[in-house]
Design a protein around this ligand. Structure first.
Ligand code: FUB
Length: 475
């Protein structure tokens, strides 16, 4: 069957209509939880550093962090978990919010954890590549003074080369980092809070009610935690998780200086059905668009302790202020295309169901726990002018693996190729299997890998999937 050549805009419109059930883009990662997203733009890609909520817990007992990247804002590659609590000999529990920044070709990932002395401290890991491997840069905390407030580091390097680390729960602190990015000069400064700077003054907690309840009449807003410090068009921004009552909102203040004084601007995102007490945000500009990253408890089974990254696009007002942003399920649109003729990791995903992330020393990150009825969707895959000739996938299957079907535009759309997966000799015995394409396609399409069970009716895992690519007709 020949797919008619259509204009790219028209194809996108069709794709949106046909895609139906899979048109959602939030939460951005479906294979596991991804709380406290911290985006970083580097060399034409967005990297997102997150934490890892563990299913079934009723507190933030987190043990590791993850890295993802995308060049188009919709297809996200999972780079796995390059650091965990055990990467820091002085850490005991609570792998909480983090942010990574590049300086002189090195990547500094500021994290916070509970220490073996039972307080919270900020540490820093360093790597030569944005996805790691990372190692503890100091072998000890960077910021520690016995306080529980030392969480949620945010880092920014100003135009004059001065780097700032802000952090804090309840109180907001900053320190001026040295050029080595792993030490600081001068005192740790506590940022004054007032109605003018952050919308209100933090009131004492009421220990007789919930841990977040506070005494006295509510403020218009209050700095709680999760600062996100950046500069845009000469203005310094401090976004933070604020609170008036109930659950956290995302609010912001602006200053003409990196160290304040801050002027409270209002709430960016509030009163949304996020299904999560916290929201932890980050903001970037990428390919001439502005994006808010935050988390919700909306992944199936999620909640306040099962949080996942979401993204919304927004446009700054002419005066640099940020409009109110509403959460969406649709998320953001692609700002690039995916080349199917270059090897793509199976863990590059726009949307997925019934599969998970695996990681080992031999192949790194791969897709595992693939179940009948599951699928991976990719968006804006550009097949170019000529149709592909064949499709290859790197697969491992200890038992009869089922079927991998390749479709375009929707799960039931044109079937481009089918692989009947044989036993490859083990769940980590990888084999590259190639099949001729059985339909022709060109231009930009969504691509679906559908996982089918053949005669496998039980819910067992079908196969492991490491990477794929198409071969062009004229190759
Ligand atoms: O994820 C644990 C903590 O919850 C973070 O450090 C806070 O920002 C809040 O999101």
């Amino acid at each position: 069957m020949k797919i008619m050549k259509l204009t790219r805009g028209f194809i996108s419109a069709i794709i949106c209509t046909i895609a139906g059930v899979s048109s959602a883009q939030n939460p951005v990662i479906q294979t596991h939880y991804s709380p406290d997203p911290a985006p970083m733009v580097y060399k034409g890609k967005v990297y997102v550093y997150t934490g890892d909520d563990i299913p079934g817990f009723d507190f933030y007992y987190m043990t590791k962090w993850w890295v993802f990247s995308s060049a188009d804002m919709v297809n996200w590659t999972d780079h796995g978990s390059p650091i965990a609590l055990e990467s820091f000999s002085w850490a005991r529990d609570r792998a909480w919010a983090s942010q990574c920044i590049e300086r002189n070709g090195k990547f500094y990932w500021y994290i916070c954890v509970q220490t073996i002395e039972n307080n919270m401290a900020v540490g820093v890991a360093v790597a030569d590549k944005p996805e790691g491997p990372f190692k503890d840069a100091l072998g000890k905390p960077l910021i520690t003074n016995g306080s529980w407030s030392n969480i949620d580091p945010t880092v920014f390097i100003d135009d004059d080369g001065q780097a700032y680390l802000y952090w804090g729960n309840g109180s907001l602190y900053y320190a001026k980092l040295n050029k080595d990015m792993v030490s600081y000069s001068g005192e740790i400064v506590t940022v004054p809070q007032s109605v003018e700077s952050f919308g209100g003054i933090r009131r004492p907690r009421n220990p007789n009610t919930s841990p977040s309840a506070q005494e006295g009449p509510p403020n218009k807003d209050t700095y709680v935690e999760g600062p996100w410090f950046y500069k845009r068009n000469g203005k310094y921004y401090q976004m933070f998780a604020g609170m008036t009552k109930g659950t956290e909102c995302l609010s912001y203040s602006i200053s003409d200086n990196a160290t304040g004084p801050w002027k409270y601007q209002g709430k960016i995102m509030t009163d949304q059905p996020t299904n999560s007490f916290t929201n932890h945000g980050g903001i970037i500009d990428f390919k001439n668009k502005s994006y808010l990253f935050y988390h919700t408890g909306l992944l199936p089974g999620g909640g306040s302790y099962g949080r996942a990254t979401a993204i919304e696009e927004f446009t700054y007002h002419a005066d640099g202020t940020i409009p109110p942003i509403t959460m969406t399920k649709a998320g953001v649109q692609p700002v690039g295309t995916l080349n199917p003729y270059q090897r793509k990791e199976a863990e590059t995903i726009a949307w997925s169901e019934k599969c998970k992330i695996g990681e080992n020393k031999k192949v790194g990150v791969f897709i595992t726990d693939i179940r009948t009825g599951g699928y991976i969707k990719l968006r804006a895959v550009d097949f170019g002018e000529k149709a592909p000739e064949s499709f290859s996938a790197s697969i491992a299957a200890g038992l009869d693996g089922g079927i991998l079907e390749v479709h375009i535009d929707s799960l039931g759309g044109t079937n481009l190729a089918t692989i009947n997966i044989p036993r490859t000799g083990g769940w980590e015995a990888w084999k590259t299997i190639t099949e001729k394409t059985i339909a022709q396609v060109n231009g930009i399409h969504d691509l679906y890998f559908a996982f089918k069970g053949q005669n496998i009716t039980a819910g067992r895992t079908l196969f492991n999937f490491d990477y794929w690519m198409f071969t062009k007709q004229d190759n």
